[in-house]
Design a protein around this ligand. Structure first.
Ligand code: BES
Ligand code: ZN
Length: 928
């Protein structure tokens, strides 16, 4: 818990470690409440360190120290504490340190004097209590199984160590435990020995042949079943694949296993990367702070991202499972073989790996749909982070608690920055760059700069200005003006960029922004895209050239303002700009509704085509918001109805993409666009558009529903997924009609569904309407699925996100439900998280009860699980975006949170920064 003044860690203070660890032998005598750890470290002074200090400081928290033994080789009878049989005889040994030779503090062990000239062996014995560990960092108990989570700084809760990612070493781990209580004993690498011990105990020794930082260490022990398969690598090596789950989940592992094989093949094909151990293990645990963790050879996953059966998991669950399995697998090269020098470089592994998993999912499903979903998330949630009091660059320069920096910025914007490099150098250039990166840095702990250096060197380009993306926070605003000159037959686009101030960064330098552009003729055909001066190589992008294709160009914006002229245009073209969302910016460009409707019909870029529809709907909804606020009647422009009708009447191959074209921008995205967020007006206006479309296009939605409704149990081909998605989109529109036939339709789908996608879609519609059978359906769903924790999570989340008036009372009642558990992060996320992050209407109720409720839960979680508590504060950070009344109410709750007794560093950092006076101003967009 917090010391009086939590310390800020700065990137600029980085120094190399004073000591190196050559190897570590770990011994665990496992017990739920009293696990004894013995750690044998072979250390020496790091010749690269400038420090004159001859003490050795190891990190460690929350543990009982039993013994320290320092063997400098001078005493031949130095204790060997390391044989399993010889564990902890309890007698003092030769070389044991006495109390005056070391200092134990709250978070460290300082040994007064260690050898400076030669290697020495330090053996430490300590004990920990996994059962009491509700923070779920270090070694903890989850539904009867022992498991670890060490990233970022959890290893220091297991034993004293140099807990920093640039200290890499070889791990040998012996696990000892009761045979019935812990039949399965797992750790990183290869199993090299095992045996039996008296008292019904057994032991297993694991050896990891790869150097790794301690944050990649893992152990798992418990009663687990194993599902097995095999993968043959491109070089012909056979890899054993094992997924460990609780017994009743064995029938839900097929998809995860297939996903793993898909990921292994993809990384060989796209990056030329092969797996390096003979064994790959995944363990699914039900208590997990995050989604999953890439521990070397032994990934630990939240059950949510492993378990799936057609009747328990939705199509989107299936997709996420494949994405997360891919993500953790891809870390084996981008994260494990090459890791981060320090935690400020987190985006080096996370941004790059997210980019890799996005591409993987795009290749496996629909590139267009995946891109849209990623951009949607970036623009609704990361842009909000970038515009708020916690804005930070993808490579932050200071933190109090590193766990608070596993953010949308580091992950999603980080992935966008990698994607921009990909856009600038092309797929082949990117592969050359990644090959060079792996070749140069295999086995090292490196920086974001090392990655960019490799990309530069392999492609012979200059990314010096581009590097500002790593250091500058905030979302740049890209403004576009166009001028057509009929006599010269040219079109000039004037692009300007401006990035609003963020905390600690008042002034911003211009960024290097790739802007992909295409031009359309008035009949919808592709217009030539010939840039003036093209062919003369530009010094900024010699390897790229400016016109790789004739139908599209990548403009390289490097100045605050720059003009680009296109030639040979006999008529003024329609401009399609920022195609594929080529940079994470806010685009400002005047567009008429007709122009947007035109692009929605004809743009050949799938992203921009969808985007045109979103902008069209956005403009219309913002007009209605103003009407609603001023008490005027609302009317939906016929352009909107015609545009959707036009989409409905076309034939579509990709039904998921089709569904996205029919979907309106979310309430959260609409809120992002408003000067002062008005959750009620947004909800009312958006619902009004949905209702109008449902009324005017009812026949089309009905027909589309019927044509795509099949009685399918569990097919996961893109055809079946697309049919379900479009059908359920129609159901959602039709439900706005709130009439009897629709109630019957949704109830019928709910009762007959053979897969979770259809069952959930029907229940969502039922719960978000005054459906007469609502409670009956909710009860029957609960009874049907009470043994499936992940399905019950959905049941909680669905009710917490409902827009119906009774929602707050429901949420309060659900807090008392026997299945609710504040110690289970998945449950917390599905009830408290869903209410505060996916229910703007009710969370932001004008009387402030939503805020008070959340603050109560944060205060309770602060002691139980600081990481989850601090995540929940996120819903309060954007308080300055609301009206004065709500601002005051949220601020009061943030201040109340700040007075929490024994406030954790995690919660303290987010709450205090949210309240700080020097907060981000409104972005220029919002100020207009
Ligand atoms: N390394 C992280 C998991 C992690 C982060 C553990 C922070 C502990 C603290 C892992 O690779 C990861 O990024 N997981 C994501 C899912 C992924 C698909 C983006 C997660 O857990 O949310
Ligand atoms: Zn990751």
């Amino acid at each position: 818990m917090r010391d009086a003044n939590p310390q800020t860690i700065y990137l600029k203070d980085y120094t190399v470690p004073e000591y190196l660890i050559h190897s570590v032998g770990l011994n665990f005598a496992l017990d739920d409440e009293n696990t004894r750890v013995s750690s044998r470290l072979t250390l020496s002074r790091n010749p690269a360190s400038q420090s004159k200090d001859t003490t050795l400081t190891l990190s460690g928290e929350n543990m009982k120290l039993i013994r320290i033994n320092l063997d400098d080789g001078t005493n031949p009878s130095g204790a060997d504490l390391h044989l399993p049989e010889g564990l902890w005889a309890g007698q003092p040994r030769v070389n044991d340190l006495s109390k005056d030779q070391y200092l134990q503090t709250q978070d460290a062990l300082i040994i007064n004097q260690v050898p400076q000239q030669q290697r020495f062996v330090l053996t430490i014995e300590n004990s920990i209590n996994p059962k009491a560990n509700t923070a779920l960092e270090g070694l903890y108990l989850s539904s009867g199984m022992l498991c670890t989570q060490c990233e970022a700084e959890g290893f220091r809760k297991i034993t004293y160590f140099l807990d920093r990612p640039d200290v890499m070493t070889l791990f040998t781990t012996t696990l000892v435990g009761d045979k019935d209580r812990y039949p399965v004993l797992l750790s990183n690498g290869n199993k090299v020995a095992q045996g039996e011990l008296p008292d019904n105990r057994h032991w297993v020794t694991w050896e990891d042949p790869f150097n790794k930082p301690c944050y990649l260490f893992a152990l798992v022990a418990g009663q687990l079943e194993c599902v097995e398969d095999r993968f043959t690598t491109q070089s012909g090596r056979d890899i054993d694949l094992q997924i460990f789950v609780e017994k009743h989940d064995v029938d839900k592992c097929d998809h995860a296993m297939q996903s793993l094989k898909n990921a292994m093949l993809w990384d060989e094909q796209v990056y030329g990367r092969e797996y390096d151990l003979d064994l790959y293990m995944i363990v699914a645990v039900s208590h997990f702070n995050m989604g999953a963790m890439e521990n070397k050879g032994l990934n630990v996953f939240n059950t949510k991202f492993v378990l799936a059966r057609p009747d328990t998991a939705t199509d989107s669950d299936y997709e996420h499972i494949e994405g997360v399995i891919g993500h953790e697998y891809f870390h084996n090269w981008t994260g494990n073989r090459i890791t981060c020098r320090d935690w400020f470089q987190l985006s080096l592994k996370e941004g790059f790996t997210v980019f890799r998993d996005q591409e993987f999912t795009g290749d496996r499903t629909s590139k267009a749909v995946k891109r849209i979903e990623d951009v949607n998330m970036l623009r609704t949630r990361q842009f909000a982070e970038d515009a708020g009091p916690l804005a930070h660059p993808i490579r932050p320069d200071a933190y109090i608690e590193i766990n608070n920096f596993y953010t949308l910025t580091v992950y999603e914007k980080g992935a966008e920055v990698v994607r921009m490099i990909h856009t600038l150098v092309g797929a082949d250039g990117f592969r050359k760059g990644s090959d060079l990166y792996f070749e140069r840095h295999d086995g090292q702990a490196v920086t974001c700069d090392d990655f960019v250096n490799a990309m530069e060197a392999a492609n012979n380009i200059d990314l010096s200005q581009f590097r500002r993306w790593y250091a500058q926070a905030g979302t740049p605003v890209l403004t576009v003006q166009q001028h057509y000159d009929p006599s010269a037959q040219t079109l000039t686009l004037t692009l300007s960029q401006n990035c609003p101030p963020t905390p600690g960064q008042a002034l911003k330098e211009p960024l290097h922004i790739p802007v992909t552009v295409g031009l359309l003729n008035k009949d919808g055909s592709v217009a030539p895209c010939k840039l003036q001066g093209c062919g003369e190589t530009s010094p900024k992008a010699p390897a790229v050239g400016c016109c790789p294709k004739t139908d599209e160009v990548i403009l390289q914006l490097t100045e605050s303002e720059q003009a680009f002229t296109f030639e040979n245009l006999t008529e003024p073209p329609v401009v399609s700009i920022l195609r594929g969302f080529s940079a994470p910016v806010k685009l400002v460009m005047e567009r008429s509704l007709d122009e947007l409707a035109f692009l929605l019909s004809y743009d050949s870029d799938t992203f921009n085509r969808w985007e045109a529809g979103q902008q069209l709907a956005g403009q219309i909804i913002s007009g209605l918001i103003a009407d609603w606020q001023n008490g005027r009647d609302m009317h939906v422009s016929p352009i909107m109805v015609a545009a959707i009708q036009q989409v409905l009447e076309q034939p579509w191959d990709d039904l998921s993409y089709f569904s996205l074209l029919l979907s309106l921008p979310s309430e959260t995205y609409l809120a992002e666009q408003m000067q002062v967020v008005d959750v009620e007006a947004i909800h009312a206006a958006r619902e009004f558009v949905l209702l109008t479309l449902a009324e005017q296009l009812e026949a089309q939605f009905q027909a589309l529903y019927r044509n795509n409704h099949r009685d399918e149990s569990g097919q996961f081909d893109s055809g079946a997924i697309g049919r379900r998605r479009i059908k359920n989109t129609c159901l959602s529109y039709l439900s706005k009609l709130e009439n009897k036939p629709i109630y019957q339709l949704s109830q019928q789908q709910f009762n007959q569904a053979k897969n979770m996608t259809d069952q959930m879609a029907a229940l969502t519609v039922i719960v978000n309407n005054p459906h007469p059978a609502k409670q009956q359906c909710l009860d029957s769903f609960y009874h049907q699925w009470q043994a499936e924790a992940l399905v019950i999570d959905k049941w909680f989340a669905l009710q917490a996100s409902s827009s119906m008036p009774e929602t707050f009372a429901t949420v309060q009642a659900l807090m008392q439900h026997p299945a609710f558990d504040l110690k289970n992060p998945n449950r917390v996320r599905s009830l408290i998280g869903a209410f505060s992050q996916s229910n703007p209407l009710h969370f932001h109720a004008a009387n402030g009860r939503g805020y008070r409720f959340l603050a109560d839960q944060i205060i309770a979680l602060n002691t139980l699980n600081p990481q989850i508590a601090s995540r929940m504060v996120g819903a309060l950070t954007s308080w300055r975006r609301f009206d004065e009344g709500r601002q005051a109410l949220i601020k009061t709750q943030l201040e109340r949170i700040m007075t929490t007794e024994a406030i954790s560093k995690d919660v303290y950092e987010v709450a205090s920064k949210s309240l700080a006076v020097e907060a981000a101003g409104r972005s220029p967009l919002q100020n207009q």
